[in-house]
Design a protein around this ligand. Structure first.
Ligand SMILES: NC(=O)C1=CN([C@@H]2O[C@H](COP(=O)(O)OP(=O)(O)OC[C@H]3O[C@@H](n4cnc5c(N)ncnc54)[C@H](O)[C@@H]3O)[C@@H](O)[C@H]2O)C=CC1
Ligand SMILES: O=C([O-])CC(=O)C(=O)O
Length: 356
């Protein structure tokens, strides 16, 4: 029988040859991952996060690693993915995690993906609008979407990078240019507005946020964020003061966090939570679950604008049905006109960035 000493020498020998399981180190392993007796081909979806080492990317990667619908998780960024990948890769949940660093590895990160989540780009500092991020983030989103068009044209894309009201039209134009555009598969993530609206409305009504459903339509910046308090579930009435307070607080939720962080970025943890809630809904839709409905900023015919956020039904092909606004009260009708004016400019700015 093997003595304890012999056993520990044997284990030390194996450990010395085992490297962290990421794509940068596998070549140098003596015991390659291919030689391990790991279970292969687990059912589930392949998900890539672009911008995975950032403030949103890291907690988002952690939460996606915990999602049982995910079998493979690719983490791409221009910095720090080896560390994030090694760290998250040790979690004893099902998804296999692989890291990809820098532009030369973008194509490998994207090949074969079912869902691509994009939180890459710079965040706001106090005093900035989301539109102030356009100059840097527009180019980042363009490059990443060119990669998607080339390597995983059928993937569902969840776009988080701001300004969402312009980055979604940018992505659409990139895909059109590449001949791969499917409007159903491109979704701007406005879930954080819904998460905030549910929280703040629940506070006012004295309910648990899980019991509350607030549709938030329009876009994802200031007055373009339009909560429809007249359609809150459970049916509720609000005084004019409550309506004004809730609408403003939901519209300014992002700025509230930017100011509280005082130069250290914008919402990351609540955004990662919201992104996972939305990604999970997309994956349930892909799986064929019935009745998966969430708000998102998508190609739309609900208004005269080419993109608009409303409730959408998520299915195997993405946003399979885009729901109408439903009846609005006078306060919401005025808000809608203001939202559409700003949205039209932001959409046009995104379109012109690619067409110019
Ligand atoms: N849609 C929404 O509701 C929200 C959107 N955001 C937006 O999400 C974006 C990211 O925010 P944070 O994670 O806080 O920023 P961050 O600066 O902490 O992280 C961004 C990450 O993107 C990476 N990155 C930069 N260029 C890249 C490229 N070409 N390819 C891949 N990765 C690249 C950076 O290296 C960094 O790790 C910002 O634009 C922010 O405004 C933030 C909160 C809510
Ligand atoms: O406010 C920002 O810059 C980030 C964001 O989009 C949000 O928190 O809603």
């Amino acid at each position: 029988m093997e003595s304890i000493r012999e056993a520990s020498q044997r284990i030390a020998k194996i450990s010395a040859h085992l490297q962290p399981p990421n794509s940068q180190t596998e070549e140098s392993c003596v015991l390659k991952r291919a030689d391990c007796r790991a279970k292969r081909g687990a059912p589930g979806f392949k998900v890539a996060i672009l911008g995975a080492a950032g403030g949103i990317g890291q907690p988002l990667a952690m939460l996606m690693k915990m999602n049982p619908l995910v079998s493979v998780l690719h983490l791409y960024d221009v910095v720090n993915t080896p560390g994030v990948t090694a760290d998250i890769g040790h979690m004893d949940t099902g998804a296999v995690v692989r890291g990809f660093l820098g532009q030369p590895q973008l194509e490998n990160a994207l090949t074969g993906m079912d869902l691509v989540i994009i939180p890459a780009g710079v965040p706001r500092k106090p005093g900035m609008t989301r539109d102030d991020l356009f100059n840097i983030n527009a180019g980042i989103v363009r490059t990443l979407c060119e990669g998607i068009a080339k390597c995983c044209r059928n993937a569902i894309v969840n776009l988080i990078s701001n300004p969402v009201n312009s980055t979604v039209p940018i992505a659409a134009e990139v895909f059109k240019k590449a001949g791969t555009y499917d409007p159903k598969r491109l979704l701007g993530v406005t879930m954080l507005d819904v998460v905030r609206a549910n929280t703040f409305v629940a506070e006012v009504l004295g309910l648990h946020p899980k019991e509350v459903d607030v549709p938030v339509v329009g876009g994802h910046a200031g007055v373009t964020i339009l909560p429809l308090l007249s359609q809150v579930k459970p049916p509720s009435s609000f005084t004019p003061e409550e309506t004004e307070y809730l609408t403003k607080r939901i519209q300014d939720g992002g700025t509230e966090v930017v100011q509280a962080k005082a130069g250290a970025g914008s919402a990351t943890l609540s955004m990662a939570y919201a992104a996972v809630k939305f990604a999970d809904a997309c994956l349930r839709g892909l799986r064929g679950d019935a009745g998966v409905v969430e708000c998102a900023f998508v190609a739309s015919e609900v208004t005269e604008l080419p993109f608009f956020a409303t409730k959408v039904r998520l299915g195997r092909r993405g946003a399979e049905e885009v729901y109408q606004l439903g009846p609005l009260n006078e306060y919401e009708r005025v808000g809608l006109e203001r939202a559409k004016k700003e949205l039209a400019e932001s959409i046009q700015k995104g379109v012109s960035f690619i067409r110019k």
